[in-house]
Design a protein around this ligand. Sequence first.
Ligand code: FAD
Length: 403
Amino acid sequence: MTRTFDLRSGRPVWMAYRAPSVPCTRLRRDARTDVLVVGMGISGAMVAESLTAAGFRVILVDRRGPMLGSTPASTALVQYEIDVPLTRLTRSLGRGRSEQAWRRSRLAVANLSARIDELGISCGKVDRSSLLLTGNDLGAGGLRAEAEARRAAGLYAEYLTRARLQERFGIARAGAILSPGNLALDPRQLTAGLLLCAIERGARCHAPTKATIIEAGRDRVTVATADGPVISAAHVILATGYELTELVPTKAHAVISTWAIATRAQPRALWPEEALIWESSDPYLYLRTTGDGRIICGGEDEEFADESARDALIPTKTARLSAKLARLFPSVDPRPEFAWTGAFGTTRTGLPLIGKLPGDPRVHAVMGYGGNGITFSRIAAEIVRADLTGATDADAALFAFEA
Ligand SMILES: Cc1cc2nc3c(=O)[nH]c(=O)nc-3n(C[C@H](O)[C@H](O)[C@H](O)COP(=O)(O)OP(=O)(O)OC[C@H]3O[C@@H](n4cnc5c(N)ncnc54)[C@H](O)[C@@H]3O)c2cc1C
């Protein structure tokens, strides 16, 4: 049913921290449920938590197991700032829709943060401001215009001149946009926490269980699994990450490759406020810290998806990320203790595709995509819940699949 590929390799930094284990069993007989969620990464976990809270009976399946797809590779900067700048998105979507997408993204991060607190999930969540530095894509003029566009959309953004940036953060660049209200967290711990909440409300997790064929009827959807049992559900949510099903239109979506490193813990060497840092450049660079003071640094994206070419580049990309980190902060120890790589989804607009599949109103696809994957998973959980409870989500049309 889904395209299968090696989503990541190397050793992500999250392997250094314990995440609670999520009890799963193998599916041995046919099952019937309100909602079947295919995929136990961050997207499936958010959807399952949200739907069980709304009273739905939920079954989850994953052909690998919980948190074994792209989710543990995520560097988990949970930002509302969409990869495509507001000024640029306005050129393709118009001002109204672009501002709507940016504002929804801002709301999603705030909602996610509140929900994590409400559920008491321990996942190292911290509020962080972010700094978008000038680079070879947007320079000082471009970033000033971007900050103005964000403010006009009602999103607080402060432009820092070279002098202010140097004085407040010790970074030598032409300028930056400072934005409060983003998050950093541990993606495995968050996913496990959400799955455990769903299980407490009666959700059942089956793994390794691979969904193979989906047959959508008028009243129910039947999903065959590789081991034989069949699941009948009123609704199916495909939260299969970058392994898309044949049912999902793929024209708007491309899979590329990305790399990341994490240094040793060096809490005394970190920059002020431990802001999330990203750069308006191609290739892209971004940084965050962990609770114990490691520096995570990622980017260096390449426009290909081939896994062996991607893996072969780990030493080169690791050296490059480490060198860029040393240039930005000459006093930190830039040597990597962890280095990893993974597949990464992109769309032309930077926006995800979320919603019912054209022609299959009982099958939803939830595709978080690239740099804002976790934020978009939250938006997906909100849209799916509204759809299944008969409510209206004012922004659903922005992310919907074309009919
Ligand atoms: C190096 C890197 C850095 C990143 N950094 C960030 C970041 O800083 N911030 C951010 O927001 N996002 C980031 N992302 C993106 C983020 O990781 C993804 O958006 C997110 O993990 C996707 O989660 P998911 O649950 O949709 O997919 P996954 O975690 O891949 O889960 C999908 C699951 O579906 C299962 N599956 C697939 N097909 C089937 C089937 N037929 N039957 C049963 N199960 C199936 C798979 O086994 C998998 O476990 C990064 C990604 C990478 C690779």
